[in-house]
Design a protein around this ligand. Structure first.
Ligand code: AMP
Length: 253
C-alpha cells in the first residue's frame, strides 16, 4: 500500500505539508478505529488512507517516536509517556489529550482523518467530542474491528515492522519475501517492545477494562460500525464501503 500522507505535523507537531490536504475531493471522511491491539487497525488505516487520501493519525506513532528524541527534548510529561509505553501501559489521559489537542489542526484537515488508537478511554472520547464540537465537525463512523482473543495473541506475537518505512508484516500470514527485510525499502524488520508476550497480556487487560466501554458509548451515539476483522483487510474495506458509502464517494478497490 502506498501511503501518501506526510504525517510529520501529527508525529512531531508543527506545520502540515501533506499533499492530502490539497487533494480535490467531494467529501471528507472522519473515522475512528476501535479494536484490541493486533486486530489490524493499522493495516486497515493504511488502506483507507491510500484509497481515500486521508491521513492515518495514530497516537501510538507519536509516543513511539519519543524514543528517537534526545533526552533534553523530552518534557517531564513526555518522559512519563515513554515509560508507560515501554511497560505496555496506557499513557495517562491528561497527557494524551494534551498531545492530541496540540495537533487539533490535523483533525480539522479538509481531507478528514482516520484516528487510530485514540480515543482509548471514556475520558479521551469525551475530550475528542469537545475538540470536534469546537471545530464544528462530526465523525462519520467509529469502526470497531472484532476478533477472538486467541487469534489476536497469535497475530501480535508474529508482527514485525520495518524500521525505515513502518510497513507491517506477520510471520504467520504476511511474511516478507526475504527474512528480516522489508519488501518495499529493504529496511530491517523489528518486533515492537510492547508486542512481546509480557506486554501483550498487559495491553489486552487494559483494552478490556478501559476501551471496551467505548463500544457502548459510540453505539448510543449511533456511530458504531462493528466489523469481523478475521476476514482480510480488502474484505473489511468492501464491507465499510457497502454499509457507509451509499453515495459512492469511496473508490472501489
Ligand atoms: P498503539 O500503537 O496504538 O498500540 O500504541 C502504542 C502505545 O502508545 C500504547 O501501548 C500506549 O502506551 C501509548 N498510547 C497510544 N495511544 C494511546 C492513547 N490513546 N491513550 C493512552 N496511551 C496511548
Amino acid at each position: 500500500m502506498i501511503n501518501n500522507c506526510d504525517r510529520s505535523a501529527w508525529i512531531h507537531g508543527g506545520e502540515c505539508n501533506c499533499p492530502n490536504r490539497l487533494e480535490p475531493r467531494k467529501k471528507a471522511f472522519r473515522f475512528v478505529l476501535l479494536g484490541a491491539p493486533g486486530v489490524g487497525k493499522g493495516t486497515l488505516a493504511a488502506l483507507l488512507s491510500e484509497k481515500l487520501k486521508i491521513c492515518q493519525l495514530a497516537t501510538g506513532d507519536i509516543f513511539r517516536n519519543l524514543k528517537q528524541l534526545p533526552e533534553e527534548e523530552l518534557t517531564p510529561a513526555l518522559k512519563t509517556s515513554l515509560e508507560h509505553m515501554l511497560r505496555g501501559e496506557l499513557v495517562p489521559d491528561d497527557i494524551v489529550i494534551e498531545v492530541v489537542r496540540d495537533r487539533m489542526k490535523c483533525l480539522n484537515c479538509p481531507a478528514g482523518f482516520i484516528l487510530d488508537g485514540f480515543p482509548r478511554t471514556l475520558k479521551q472520547a469525551e475530550a475528542l467530542d469537545e475538540m470536534l464540537a469546537e471545530l464544528n465537525i462530526e465523525l462519520d463512523a467509529v469502526i470497531n474491528l472484532e476478533m477472538p482473543i486467541d487469534k489476536i495473541i497469535e497475530r501480535l506475537g508474529a508482527r514485525r515492522i520495518c524500521k525505515i518505512c513502518g510497513a507491517v508484516y506477520n510471520l504467520v500470514n504476511r511474511r516478507p519475501k526475504i527474512d528480516g527485510k522489508c519488501d518495499h525499502c529493504g529496511g530491517e524488520l523489528y518486533q515492537r517492545e510492547d508486542d512481546k508476550p509480557e506486554s501483550i497480556r498487559v495491553r489486552m487487560d487494559i483494552y478490556n477494562k478501559l476501551t471496551t466501554p467505548l463500544i457502548e458509548y459510540y453505539s448510543k451515539k449511533g456511530k458504531l460500525l462493528t466489523i469481523d476483522a478475521t476476514i482480510e483487510v480488502y474484505g473489511v474495506y468492501n464491507e465499510i464501503k457497502r454499509i457507509l458509502d451509499s453515495d459512492g464517494y469511496m473508490p472501489p478497490l
